[in-house]
Every structure is written in C-alpha cells, then in structure tokens.
Design a binder for this molecule. Sequence first.
Ligand SMILES: Nc1nc2c(ncn2[C@@H]2O[C@H](COP(=O)(O)OP(=O)(O)OP(=O)(O)O)[C@@H](O)[C@H]2O)c(=O)[nH]1
Ligand SMILES: [Mg+2]
Length: 331
Amino acid sequence: MIHSDKIFEVLEKDITNSKDIDELTKSKLLKNVLALKSQKLNIMITGATGAGKSSTINALFNTDIAKVGAGVDPETMDVTRYELNNLVLWDSPGLGDGKEKDNLHAKNIIAKLNELDSKQQPLIDLVLVIVDGSTKDLGTSYELINSVIIPNLGANPEDRILVGINQADNARKGRNVWDYDHNRPTPETEVFLKDKVRSVKARIKEATDVDVEPVFYAAGFKEGDEAQNPYNLSKLLYMIINKIPKAKRAVLANNNISKEEEMWQDNDDIKNYNAEIKKGIMESIIETASAGADIGRNVGKLFGKTGEAVGAMVGATAGAVWGGLKSIFGL
Ligand SMILES: Nc1nc2c(ncn2[C@@H]2O[C@H](COP(=O)(O)OP(=O)(O)OP(=O)(O)O)[C@@H](O)[C@H]2O)c(=O)[nH]1
Ligand SMILES: [Mg+2]
C-alpha cells in the first residue's frame, strides 16, 4: 500500500515518470503541484464549552503525527492553533463562559474572521460551529452563530459556515436512545435529530436569512476502558470537503485525516461518504494539477499511483476510488 504521507511526492513521480506527455507539459504540471503543495487550508472550529470541539478535531484528524503543535496565538489568548501539514485548525472557544469571557471570545472570533491571508483573501476558509446536541438550551449557540459569526463572513456567509450537531448519542433522555450494537440512532432518536436539524436551520434562517445545512453526528469518546466510535463522521468530513474551495481540497490528502478505520465506518447510508470523499479530493488534485495543460485521455495513465495513494487515505474502502474515477474520466 502506498503511504499517503507522501501524496505530493507520489504525484510528482507520476508526472516525472510519465512517457505519455512532453517535457513542456511535465514542467507545467510540476509547477502546478508546487502551487498545490504550498497552499494552506484554514478551518475555525468553534462552539460552546463542552460541545465537543476537541473530540471532533481528534476524531477527524490525524492529530498524533509529530507535526501537531499546540501553540497560543499571542494576540488571541484563547484560540489554539493546530497545524497538520498544510491544514491549520483554529480551536476557538464559543460563548457560554460568562459575560466578560464571552466578550473576549467574540472579539477574538471576529478578529480572526476578518483576517486576510497574503493574497488578500479571508484567512478562514470555513467555520465549523459545533452545537451540543445533548442540551436543550441552544440560546448561546444561536447568539454565536447569528450575531458573531454570520455577520462577519462577508457577502456569502453560507459558503463558509457549517453547523455540526454533536453528541447525537445523548440527544434524548430516557431509554432506547441509541442502538449501541450498530452504533446508530434508534428510529425514535432519528426522528428527533431530524427535527432538531430542521429547527436549528429555521432559527438561523429567521435571524439572519442565511441557509445552513446542519448535520448531526457523534464525535464519540474514549474514557479509560470505555470507548464509542463516531457516528456520521464521514458525513461531516464529506460536508467539509464540499464547502471548502475546490483547489484547497488537496490539502486534505496530505496526511491529516485520521487513519483509524473505525472512525469512518458508522454513518447513515444515504451516500457512500467515504467513496465520495476520496472522489472529491482526487478530482480536485487532478483538476488543479493539470490546469492549463492539455493531457486529455492521458489522465488515467498519468495519475495511476496518485489515485491509489488517495484511495489508501481514508481506510475503510481503500482502493475503490481509482475504479470509480476511471469511469468518471471515461478510461
Ligand atoms: N457521549 C458522547 N460524548 C461526547 C461526544 N463528543 C464529546 N463528548 C464528551 O463531551 C465532553 C466535552 O468534549 P470536548 O471535546 O472536550 O469539548 P470542547 O468543546 O472541546 O470543550 P472545551 O474545550 O472545554 O470548550 C468530553 O467528556 C467528551 O468525551 C459524543 O459524540 N458523544
Ligand atoms: Mg476543547
């Protein structure tokens, strides 16, 4: 199995070793790969204390790799920055910590949302707001979304916000809430969660006129001997990938998605999210790497090994991606 750690190296080798394209095209493609390698994806993760920001980050991403650094930004005291290769995560406290702290948190979030990168584009590509699905009172979450985040997202706020309703397994009180054997909601809980999605969507629409598509999931937990795998984590990642700029999706191929297969196995099966994730990333790599070059039907020959590497990235259905892509590209 090819290790996805080296995805850009694999990509460069694929291009360099190709016998089907001329030198000029090769150098064009290699230049594109260089641009791919150097871009950063910035995601802000925010939400009330205890909503599950840290748990979500740890479940989604490969936070055990050596490069993970937890540093404190000098100006924004409470925002923690994690960098995993070219993925930058901003773990930002939301509201609900008392008036004084809330004001500070809001100020920090607003400052971060208004920061520009070196190309004068907004630094933050996506804000993932995590709502605690186990609490009834979502007042502070609405305040955070409607009054702090959305007004600071510029002209098309819906493009840069995603709302995750976490702790689906604790969404209701009482018995028969979660089907622990299959790690999924019971039919009653599913109805309840769908209602919650509708009401969160409606409250945000009412206050801001912005359409969001909330997703319910469970980040899961590990506590001593007890552990529960995530639910709908692949769906959450799938939605993240669809929100971020296409050219930046390749960043998520660079050894930062969790390699633990059990993170990705339990989802609602409306879509094959794991296959869609790989497809989305692979398409963006091919599109971005081959921009401005006419490689036509050589695409399959050219990116064969890259396809395998992307396929190996998110465990469960390894290898499936290339088969799917072959048909997409008519090879
Ligand atoms: N049952 C269950 N517990 C969860 C889930 N997600 C998080 N938790 C638990 O909720 C608690 C809070 O989670 P954290 O990830 O620390 O929340 P946070 O938003 O980072 O909290 P702060 O950093 O304090 O603001 C922990 O005990 C987690 O184990 C979930 O999906 N299901
Ligand atoms: Mg935390």
